[in-house]
Design a protein around this ligand. Structure first.
Ligand code: KIV
Ligand code: ZN
Length: 519
């Protein structure tokens, strides 16, 4: 294969990303993310590990049926039943890829697999040959490659390429590598695996030492041409290589790397927000590329410089990643048209009916807050505009709480025009509210994750709450925003409740629900 100057982006948000504790997503959320990745120009979307569960199988199957402009990969151990499940799940894919893996480090072979090196080579070759009977695009990963004996690794790679693997991935499974050494491993593979020109070298790094992006970049500089990564760097333990960081590093420093990707970078922010929303993982404000502060200049000297010439302190134009401006956008006197235009610039498309709701919330907020920022608008839209009917709405909330008293709340909800209220007490005011809501709705939710962050700065900032709640084993993310954090917590929980109700109602009419903001 000819060495190109294009780096393929293999996104594993839906597989390795989903392995992050608490990140599991439902089918609709996964499909929405897959569509966003396709729109972004990702080359390969790893949609799941089909043999693991019927849910994972279904996610790969559905994604494969919907995505036309990216390859869909399914993970499989080097075991026939895994490969069969992957092949079945990929049946409808326009460009299917089976991703087979088997550990090659001494530690894994001895303690986990209990197999000799010769047995491992034989199993890997058999798995690749077997998968090749059904699908031509096979990727092989020697798990824990960075801690594997180099000579043995070369031997495995040569054998699987001979067996038909088109991509060989070099995982730094435990995030142990450092850039120079990892780059050396890639160079070693390129000069010691005789048939390496027949395969693309891929890299897959974990961030246990905070080096995943640096290792991936060092590897592409050395000759790797596929990077496996996740949006926002979500993933097992400390996470995976962050897609947006690798893509922007290759773009901004093309003078150094001389490489490009197919990613439409203005889609980055929108996709990052979607992943944050569906995983329930809040993006840290200082996160490179997608953090709320990534393009904010606080110091007077910097502000002065940026105003005179943005390139003094900005190496990326905010619009290149989809930030369409920061700062004060609208005020109390802004009209519906101005709001609509601003939402459009932010990449948030809402229909006319939803716009009425958003406008109402915007007016309420601009009465409470002096300044309404872009982030406030995004929070309103995520909080209020859903293509699902709200079965339950918050009518009123009374909270009594303090240092030496058990919190007491009274929650009143509206459903189909009828009001129902309950009093409850709990470990804290939020817990008490959730108990009261469960009593009213008759749905027992198990709170898996709760995160709160300030949407903007200042004492009058809105608080945004994200929850992950399980109802009868099915998990839903809820988002709620308000200047009152208890109210935001209630709205987030109700958002998850309403998604659960919508799924229940739509059984038999699955096309009726759409839980996200489609562009
Ligand atoms: O980290 C790892 O080794 C993996 C493989 C399955 C590619 O995720
Ligand atoms: Zn991994």
């Amino acid at each position: 294969m000819k060495k190109t100057d294009r780096v393929l982006i293999f996104d594993t948000t839906l597989r390795d990303g989903e392995q992050a504790p608490g990140a599991s997503m439902n089918q609709r959320e996964k499909i929405e993310i897959a569509l966003a990745l396709e729109r972004m120009g990702v080359d390969i979307i790893e949609a799941g590990f089909p043999v693991i569960s019927p849910g994972d199988f279904d996610a790969v199957h559905q994604t494969a049926g919907k995505i036309r402009n990216a390859s869909i990969a399914a993970l499989a151990r080097s075991v026939r039943k895994d490969i069969d499940a992957a092949v079945q799940a990929l049946k409808k894919a326009a460009a299917p890829r089976v991703h087979v893996f088997l550990a090659t480090s001494k530690i894994h072979m001895e303690h986990k697999l209990r197999k000799s090196p010769d047995e491992v080579v034989a199993i890997a070759v058999d798995a690749v040959k077997y998968a090749r009977k059904f699908v031509s695009d096979i990727e092989f990963s020697p798990e824990d490659a960075s801690r594997s004996d180099r000579q043995f690794l070369y031997r495995v790679l040569e054998a699987v390429i001979k067996a038909g693997a088109r991509t060989v991935n070099i995982p730094d499974t435990v995030g142990y590598a450092v850039p120079e050494q990892y780059a050396g491993l890639i160079t070693g593979i390129m000069s010691n695996v005789p048939n390496i020109s027949k395969a693309v070298i891929s890299v897959h790094c974990h961030d246990d030492l905070g080096l995943a992006v640096a290792n991936s970049l060092a590897a592409v500089k050395a000759g790797a041409r596929q990077v496996e990564c996740t949006v926002n760097g979500v993933g097992e333990r400390a996470g995976n290589t962050s897609m947006e960081e690798v893509v922007m590093a290759l773009r901004v420093r093309s003078d150094f790397f001389g490489l490009s990707t197919n990613i439409k970078t203005p889609e980055i922010i929108r996709t990052s927000r979607l992943v944050s929303k569906h995983t329930g993982f809040v993006i840290p404000p200082n996160k490179a590329i997608v953090g709320a502060n990534a393009f904010r200049h606080e110091s007077g000297i910097h502000q002065d410089g940026v105003l005179k010439e943005p390139s003094t302190y900005e190496i990326i134009r905010p619009e290149d990643v989809g930030f369409s401006g920061v700062g004060l956008v609208l005020g109390k006197h802004s009209g519906r048209h101005a709001l609509k235009e601003r939402l459009k610039q932010l990449g948030l498309s809402v229909n006319e009916q939803s716009l009425d709701k958003v406008f109402e919330r915007f007016k309420e907020l601009s009465d409470k807050k002096k300044e309404v920022f872009d982030e406030d608008l995004v929070a309103i839209v995520e909080d209020d505009v859903r293509e699902i009917r709200d079965t339950w709405c918050l009518e009123s909330l009374v909270v009594t709480s303090g240092t030496n008293i058990k919190p007491q709340v009274e929650v009143c909800l509206r459903s189909d025009g009828k009001l129902s209220s309950r009093k409850a007490s709990g470990d804290g005011p939020v817990d008490a509210c959730y108990l009261a809501i469960d009593q009213i709705t008759g749905l027992k939710g198990q709170l898996l994750n709760y995160a709160i962050q300030s949407v903007t700065q200042g004492q009058d900032a809105q608080g945004e709450v994200r929850v992950r709640v399980s109802f009868n084993e099915e998990k839903f993310t809820g988002i709620g925003a308000s200047t009152d954090v208890i109210e935001a917590s209630v709205k987030a929980y109700l958002n998850a409740v309403n998604k659960a109700c919508a799924v229940k109602d739509a059984k038999g009419n699955p096309a009726a629900i759409d839980l996200g903001l489609q562009p």
